[in-house]
Each structure stands twice: as structure tokens, then as C-alpha cells.
Design a protein around this ligand. Structure first.
Ligand SMILES: [Zn+2]
Length: 108
């Protein structure tokens, strides 16, 4: 199986470029490769109604992050602090790393 690679990874700071949270940014908590989506901290929040159970005695409304399509996320470069396109570069030790196409800073 081919290893799938995305332009964002866990712990990246990203900006949303489409949808209801367009323009907002946050930290990637989890990437879901199969769905090509990612969970971003405090973004794309959805309310879930919880039925009363033994754990949540009263039930109620729980807010949690819903996955966002990775194609709607742009990496924010930590150096130039702008949302940026990501390029790839192979280092001398054959490591493949990402770099910021704006300021050329290596990201990994
Ligand atoms: Zn940059």
C-alpha cells in the first residue's frame, strides 16, 4: 500500500480557506488519511446531543471538533506566519521534508 502524504501533519498550525470557519486558524490535532480530513483544535465545532448515561448523568450538549477536508486547509509557516503552499525537498540523508514556498524555510 502506498504511503499517503499530505501537506499538513499533526501539530501544524493551519488556516481554513473554505467553509464556515474560513479565515480561522488552529492546531492540527489529528489527520485522518482515509477520509483526507483533519481535526483542527477548536475549529468546525459541532454540537452533539448526549443522552443521559451512566457516564454523563444528565446528558446535554457536547461540543466537539468535526473533521475538515485537508484540501481546505493551508499550512501557516512559523517563520513568515502566512498561510503558504508547501513544497518538498529531499535532503542529503534522503529525508523528504516540506518547505515554505514563500520564504523557503524548511518545515520538518
Ligand atoms: Zn515561510
Amino acid at each position: 500500500m502506498k504511503h499517503q502524504e499530505f501537506h499538513i501533519k499533526k501539530n501544524d498550525t493551519v488556516q481554513v480557506i473554505a467553509g464556515k470557519d474560513k479565515g480561522k486558524s488552529g492546531k492540527v490535532m489529528r489527520v485522518i488519511p482515509k477520509k483526507e480530513r483533519a481535526i483542527v483544535e477548536k475549529l468546525n465545532m459541532v454540537k452533539r446531543h448526549m443522552k443521559p448515561s451512566q457516564q454523563t448523568r444528565q446528558g446535554g450538549i457536547l461540543e466537539r471538533e468535526a473533521p475538515i477536508e485537508i484540501s481546505n486547509l493551508m499550512l501557516i509557516c512559523s517563520k513568515c506566519t502566512d498561510p503558504t503552499r508547501v513544497g518538498y525537498r529531499v535532503l542529503d540523508d534522503n529525508r523528504r521534508v516540506r518547505f515554505c514556498k514563500k520564504c523557503q524555510e524548511l518545515i520538518d
